[in-house]
Design a protein around this ligand. Structure first.
Ligand code: PGA
Length: 249
């Protein structure tokens, strides 16, 4: 099985015309990639962009959903809504959601469970703040984050999880984890998955690195045995940059 994935996370960027132009460029320019390509786009564009996608290597992700299935939550988007318009992936647990929208591990786990039970696959984000990295406590921090969330899932559900390791100090800062720092953490994460689910599932799990992935650092990051691709923010907004990152495989 090919674990390689390059996912874009557009965040709250691009007007519809800009989004359409980017998808049209990727439709024609992403040819025989050595990885699956996922685009995390603003929810308001999901259906229209889905209709515009004509490249089989590319699929869409929502960037978030609510942790309840329906009800009086003005402005929110539910898992059944995403399922009803055939969106295959949802990004959950992004550090921006945790920080700015006060999402807790338990709330994120609720979202993960709903997504999986409605046939969506989940890109689950984890990552430590700078203070933890400076104390060299990142392995323990990530271990706790994963044990309190996805490592509680059944094995059949875990098979539908993609893990994105995104050190918070590297997101949108231009500072990237070194290839060695990424490999060390990804190997640690894979060993945590192995401890709970065994080697076969651990080997099948895609573990993506996120945090200032750019054309200049993508191949060094992706050449590590446990780095199966990237979750790319800023550089996913520019077709030339995003395509060079895809071609880094
Ligand atoms: P960045 O964002 O590539 O702009 O650092 C990554 C992310 O937040 O997913």
């Amino acid at each position: 099985m090919n674990r390689n994935i390059v996912a874009g996370n557009w965040k709250m960027n691009l007007t519809f015309d800009e989004a359409k132009a980017l998808v049209e460029a990727l439709n024609t320019r992403v040819v025989h990639p050595n990885c699956s390509v996922i685009l995390g786009v603003p929810s308001i564009y999901l259906s229209q962009l889905q209709a515009l996608l004509s490249n089989e290597s590319i699929t869409l992700a929502a960037q978030n959903c609510h942790h309840k299935l329906s009800g009086a939550f003005t402005g929110e988007i539910s898992v059944p809504m995403l399922q009803s318009v055939n969106i295959p992936y949802v990004i959950l647990g992004h550090s921006e959601r945790r920080e700015y929208f006060k999402e807790s591990d338990s709330m994120i786990l609720e979202k993960v469970n709903h997504a999986l039970s409605h046939d969506l696959k989940v890109i689950y984000c984890c990552g430590e703040p700078l203070s933890i990295r400076e104390e060299n406590e990142q392995n323990q921090f990530i271990g706790n984050q994963l044990r309190e969330s996805i490592l509680q899932l059944d094995a059949s559900d875990m098979a539908n999880i993609i893990i994105a390791y995104e050190p918070i100090w590297a997101i949108g800062t231009g500072v990237t984890a070194s290839a060695q720092q990424a490999q060390d953490m990804h190997a640690h994460i894979r060993s945590l998955v192995k401890d709970v689910y065994g080697d076969e599932l651990a080997q099948q799990t895609s573990i993506l690195y996120g945090g200032s992935v750019k054309p200049v650092n993508a191949s060094a990051l992706f050449s590590n045995p446990d780095v199966d691709g990237g979750l790319v923010g800023g550089a996913s907004l520019n077709p030339d940059d995003f395509i060079s990152i895809i071609e880094a495989f």
